[in-house]
Ligand binder design. Structure first.
Ligand code: SF4
Length: 234
């Protein structure tokens, strides 16, 4: 059984997307996250796996999103070089990378390395400080949304977790729409962690916020494999 690591998103904001392997997420403490199981310390194997994935990129959409169950800073240098070669060879004009907020002062390292437009995405999950840091253990502290949007034009939110409320979600969506160029809303799906989905809250969200699907700058992932990567194949 292997994992789907390449997909072309054609519907909204068309782009190729790859799920690469990386060294362990430096934060690694978020209580809802079990995708860090894809992290590895076998750097040579990571590099080889990533090469096989990157070979599939065609440049058809001129945009490429890289996700890696962590931050782009945890990708091996060799993989960054391989990405750069693909970007140049396939004429990629925009790259999307994800990064934990703790790397906010290092984003220029990536910008300087790749000579194309970079959009950084960070998992804020919720603007409710207590829920974010005490329940989800996200380790992300900031004064206000503007402080985040200065560094990250794209954010991820998480909805539908037990303990979250309609008020928290409504506020989160409003802030995200007001301050960020791109938003990705992940509807929580039960996984191997102790954090549990709230089915009633998710039903309410589906009804109240279905309209987000029509917004060109908002992705709603009803299931965490909706980007076409991360699922298991035979
Ligand atoms: S920062 Fe991201 S990859 Fe790391 S533990 Fe948290 S959610 Fe998982």
């Amino acid at each position: 059984m292997s994992i789907d690591r390449y997909h072309v998103i054609t519907e909204k904001n068309p782009r190729e997307i790859v799920l690469l392997k990386s060294t362990p997420c430096k934060w690694g403490r978020c209580t809802f996250c079990d995708y860090i199981h894809d992290n590895s310390t076998a750097v040579e194997e990571i590099i080889e796996t990533n090469r096989t994935v990157l070979e599939q990129i065609t440049g058809s959409q001129k945009q490429l999103e890289i996700i890696n169950s962590g931050s782009c800073f945890e990708l091996p240098t060799e993989t960054l070089k391989d990405i750069k070669a693909v970007v140049e060879e396939k004429g990629i004009e925009t790259l999307y990378f994800e990064s934990h907020y703790m790397y906010r002062n290092r984003l220029d390292e990536i910008r300087d390395f790749f000579n194309v437009k970079i959009i950084f995405k960070t998992g804020i999950e919720t603007f409710d400080q207590t829920f974010r840091n005490e329940i989800l253990k996200k380790g992300v502290v900031f004064k206000n949304p503007q402080e985040v949007s200065k560094q990250f034009s794209s954010i991820c939110l998480m909805v539908g977790i037990q303990g979250q409320t309609k008020e928290i979600i409504s506020k989160d969506i409003q802030i995200a729409l007001d301050y960020f160029e791109r938003v990705c809303v992940n509807v929580f799906v039960n996984n191997s962690t102790e954090i549990k989905a709230d089915d009633q809250l998710i039903k309410w969200f589906e009804k109240e916020y279905r309209f987000l699907e029509d917004m060109p700058h908002v992705d709603v992932l009803w299931h965490n494999t909706d980007y076409g990567v991360g699922g298991k194949n035979e």
